[in-house]
Write a protein that binds this ligand. Structure first.
Ligand code: DP6
Length: 424
């Protein structure tokens, strides 16, 4: 039996609360382009690595009470006005609530009927443990945490496996892949009129290939990006390369990369990860007018990684970039310190807490890079310079959403109002 998360609102009405954390994920075969904007479904399959919540996560508290006047949302401590009418937010609340079950006490007495949930308004408070400004996929973690917390609150039961991922997908496409750990595929679907077959499924859990590591380079960027939603809409309208990619390239790549992940074949996994990131950015360039997400720093990282792999005679690290200039470098446990040290050499420390993980920070500072490697990578033309990378994250792959019962709730247990204060 789960611990009671029932409180009494100052008005005297019961207030039910649940908190969940959820991970972010990084696609190695990218989602770019919608087949159906209403259902938020993609033109091609995609697959991603779920990152470890010890390093990056969203934490969301949801509460329901008949004494709330309207649905409300606080993000990183700030209220989002008009959230109740936001299509994505609504799709998640209404979607999970449709799967609600009656809430009973320990003796089996019904506290809230299935229908009773619809008579209550919902308060949501969510925060990220990483700076939103860092440009890391915060919407995936946020919507996954929202769906996970609502699932606990409403005691929601899926009518078919993966149904909750179809709801998270309507919050943000990539969020559907954050409801599971390890390596997760989003099947595009399209056979069913209501797109209920556009869902995420786990290819392998986080224990399958525990040696996988990610080193994230948060690249400074003063410019405002084109949002994924707007960018992919223009790409679908104008890029012939995107059409070709969706029709003929991705399905083969999905098959190969899933096999490579299951076989722990880093050579194939890394090669396809890099090729698919490059093709995604090529479709952005092929969009009219073109979209540029990567910058000169991103490009210098690409060159260094290729020089590194060439020097090693095999793929030791693979880069991938989403809708922004940050690099995510996948590697294996045995090369992680070398990869981190190489990055630290060319993008030296600036500011406090440059590396999220102090132990990893110490190791990469102490690591003695091979002279031949430095010579090979120097040929890329990159010279060590600090200030162009804001931060480095070191992380691994991890599990899906977690129920939190012992952390401080983000909502007050008598008023149901936000208590979270954003710490910069
Ligand atoms: C480049 O999931 O943010 O990160 O569905 O419009 O919310 P919406 O888009 P979003 O797009 C993510 C795009 C990507 C690739 C990926 O994660 O697969």
């Amino acid at each position: 039996m789960s611990p009671q998360q029932t409180f009494v609102h100052s008005s005297g009405a019961p207030m039910y609360m649940e908190t969940s954390s959820a991970p972010t994920n990084i696609a190695t075969i990218k989602y770019w382009g919608k087949a159906d904007a209403k259902w938020n479904t993609p033109i091609n399959d995609s697959v991603s690595v779920t990152l470890n919540q010890d390093d990056l996560k969203a934490v969301t508290t949801v509460a329901a009470s008949s004494s709330f006047e309207k649905d409300r949302l606080w993000l990183n401590g700030e209220e989002e006005e008009g959230a109740a009418a936001n299509k994505r937010f609504r799709a998640c609340i209404d979607g999970v609530r449709a799967l609600a079950t009656a809430k009973k006490d320990a003796d089996g007495k019904v506290l809230v009927t299935k229908e009773g949930w619809s008579r209550m308004k919902i308060h949501v408070s969510s925060y990220n443990t990483f700076p939103t400004a860092a440009g890391l996929a915060s919407s995936a973690a946020g919507y996954a945490a929202l769906v996970a917390a609502l699932t606990l609150l409403f005691g929601a039961k899926e009518e078919f496996p993966g149904q909750l991922t179809t709801i998270a997908r309507q919050g943000s496409g990539s969020a559907c892949r954050s409801l599971d750990g390890g390596f997760v595929a989003w099947r595009k679907g399209g056979e069913k009129a209501d797109w209920s077959d556009s869902l995420a499924e786990q290819v392998a859990n986080e224990k399958h290939w525990p040696e996988i590591r990610a080193v994230i380079m948060v690249v400074s960027d003063a410019k405002k990006d084109t949002s994924s939603t707007a960018g992919m809409s223009t790409s679908v309208e104008t890029s012939l390369l995107l059409k070709h990619r969706a029709e003929t390239v991705v399905s083969k790549r999905m098959e190969t990369i899933e096999k490579a992940f299951l076989a722990k074949d880093f050579e194939t996994f890394g090669q396809l990860t890099m090729a698919d990131s490059n093709q995604f950015h090529a479709t952005c360039m092929d969009t009219y007018p073109p979209i540029f997400y990567m910058n000169d720093i991103s490009n210098s990282i690409i060159r260094i990684i290729h020089a590194y792999n060439k020097w090693a005679g095999k793929i030791r690290a693979a880069y991938t970039f989403d809708a922004g200039p940050n690099a995510v470098l996948f590697t294996l446990d045995e090369y992680a310190v070398e990869v981190g040290a190489l990055m630290l050499h060319y993008y030296p420390e600036f500011g406090e807490n440059y590396v999220n993980n102090p132990d990893f920070g110490m190791k990469i500072k102490a690591f003695d890079l091979d002279d031949g490697l430095l010579e090979a990578t120097a040929k890329t033309g990159r010279e060590p310079k600090s200030g162009e990378v804001k931060m480095m994250y070191y992380t691994s792959s991890g599990p899906g959403p977690q129920r939190l019962t012992d952390t401080i709730l983000n909502l007050d247990t008598t008023t149901g109002l936000n208590t979270y204060m954003y710490k910069k």
